[in-house]
Design a protein around this ligand. Sequence first.
Ligand code: MG
Length: 250
Amino acid sequence: MIKIKSAYELERMRVSCGMAATVRDAVAKAIKPGVTTMELDEYAQELIAGMDAKSAFYGYRGFPGHICVSTNDEVVHGIPGKRLIQMGDILSVDFGVVYDGFVGDTATTVMVGVSDPEVIRLVTVTEQALQAAIDQAVAGRRLSDISHAVESVAVGAGFTVVRDFVGHGIGRSMHEEPQIPNFGAPGRGPKLKAGMTFALEPMVNLGSEEVEVMSDGWTVLTKDRKVSAHFEHTVAVGQEKAEILTIARK
Ligand code: MG
C-alpha cells in the first residue's frame, strides 16, 4: 500500500527534506581537489549534529558513513574514505536525514574540473531525467509513467539506466512502498494520488547498464568501469504538479 501523507505530515517532511537539501548543497560546495571523501563525511556529520538531526544512512544495515560518496565508475552507496578528490572526477553525494520522525533523501552529482564532453553530457542528461520523472509525479498518472520518463530521456540521449537499484516511497521510513524503477513501459502500476511522497533517483551510465557490488559489500560500480551519474529528490505528488521537498529552506 502506498501511504498518502496528511497536510501535517507533508509539513514535517518539508522540514526534514529541507535539512537534507541544506547538507547536500553544503557538501557539494566543499568538493574540491585534495579533499578526501572522509572529510566530506565529517563535514556532513557536523552539519547534521548542528541541526539536531540524524543521518538516515549511518548504521543502516551497518553502513559506516553519514553520506554516500560515489566517484566516477561508482554508481551509488560509495563509502567515504581516504580517497583524494582529483581534477576530472565526478562525485555523487547522496544523503538522507531523519528529523522528528521523517526522512528526506536527496543526491546530486558534482563535476570537478571535468573537460570530457561526454561526461558533462551524462551529468546534464541525468539531471534532465530526474526533472522528467518529477514532471510525471502528478495525480492521475500511473507509477510507471515516472519510470518511462526517466528511461526515455536517458536512453534517448544514448545512455543506459541502472536496473538493479530503484527509487522508492519515503516518509516515516527511508524505504516505503512502492519501488520506482527507472525504466519500463508507461501507463502501468498504481494511479498516483496527491500526498504520495517518493524519492526519485535516476542512475544513468555512460556505458553498459550492468553494475556489480564491490567486496566492501556496499559500493555499487559499473561492470565496464565507465562513469555513472545520480540525482535524487524527495517529492510529493500534487494535483497539478509535484512539489520538490528536498529544497534548502532559510
Ligand atoms: Mg534514495
